[in-house]
Design a binder for this molecule. Structure first.
Ligand code: SF4
Length: 319
């Protein structure tokens, strides 16, 4: 099957705080994800990645824009209308401990979506799905009767992945699924997600706070800054030819193991703190931290345009 499983156009998510203040969490974000592909969404903490994910999965009602899942506009669907469509789109959370019910056994946690979506009628029937899935994510039938607190962080995330995959969704939103794990475990979890994608052809929206984390999982990478998408292109292109100064800064802050290469590496990084999303800077939101900023940058918002075929960038210096 071909085509896009998800199309997000001009997605905007604002939150009122207090009487007059508004948090501009997401502002006009557009991208699409093809079936079987992974789009990595990257940016510093507080740049709006998770708000974007939660708007797409309709935890929040979007302030503006459209979300099309498998050809259907779900932007304004009621929760009742969404219920049968949720089977197509599942989520893996950053903190596997907080996202798992401490009073339920692993078997019941993984079986819950099957029962909620009436794939099976009884817990006994659910076992036919739960046990193979436990093995698929690297756990065993012996783990089924245990509780989340009895597991390590990596094992808990495997339970969270099993719960997300049990309905065989077309799209899984992975919200920083490896950030809370030991480095030694991160690669195992990433490999598990990749292997399952190759077997089942599902798509991922993979959210991370640095570019090194999405490198080996993404077909396409989008970089977000303060609620806006600033660069979007094929994964290898963003590492070989980053165009936006913010992307260049993110890449230069990735540690390099080889000391010789590390000495040669541009140390520019990104200076200063992320401005408040309550009153984002005018024009290009990155102008307060950009080493190349000109007068025009604080006056006009740069539109997203093609720096090269399939490579979109929002910067006045580009094009
Ligand atoms: Fe920097 Fe200006 Fe480009 Fe923004 S538009 S990234 S401030 S050069």
């Amino acid at each position: 099957m071909s085509g896009n499983i998800l199309e997000v156009t001009g997605l905007t998510q604002h939150f009122k705080v207090g009487r007059h203040a508004v948090v501009h969490a997401v502002d006009g974000v557009s991208f699409s994800i093809r079936r079987g592909q992974t789009l990595g969404l990257v940016g510093e903490s507080g740049c709006g990645k998770s708000s974007c994910a939660r708007s797409i999965i309709r935890v929040y009602d979007p302030t503006g824009g459209t979300i099309v899942l498998d050809g259907e506009d779900i932007t304004h669907m009621s929760q009742k209308e969404l219920q049968p469509r949720r089977r197509k789109m599942q989520m893996i959370f950053q903190d596997p401990y907080a996202s798992l019910n401490a009073r339920m056994t692993v078997r019941d946690i993984i079986a819950e979506p099957l029962l909620a979506h009436r794939v099976v009628k009884t817990k006994k029937e659910a076992n036919d799905y739960v046990y193979p899935m436990l093995e698929r994510v690297g756990l065993t039938a012996e783990h089924a009767g245990r509780y989340a607190h009895e597991f390590s962080g990596g094992q808990r995330q495997r339970v969270g992945i099993a719960r997300a995959l049990i309905l065989q969704p077309d799209l899984v939103i992975c919200d920083e699924p490896i950030s809370a794990l030991d480095v030694s475990i991160q690669a195992q979890v990433v490999n598990l997600l990749r292997d399952y994608q190759q077997e089942q052809g599902l798509a991922y929206l993979f959210i991370a706070h640095d570019l090194s984390m999405v490198r080996y999982v993404s077909d396409v990478v989008g970089v977000m800054y303060l609620g806006q998408l600033v660069e979007l292109c094929a994964a290898e292109e963003i590492y070989d030819n980053p165009v936006h100064p913010y992307t260049q800064g993110l890449l230069s802050s990735i540690p390099v193991a080889d000391p010789k290469l590390a000495r040669q590496k541009d140390k520019s990084g990104i200076e200063g703190d992320l401005p408040s999303p309550v009153e984002p800077p005018s024009g290009c939101r990155f102008h307060t931290r950009c080493p190349f900023a000109k007068d025009v940058c604080s006056q006009q918002t740069p539109p997203m345009r093609e720096a090269a075929p399939g490579h979109q960038v929002a910067c006045h210096l580009c094009g």
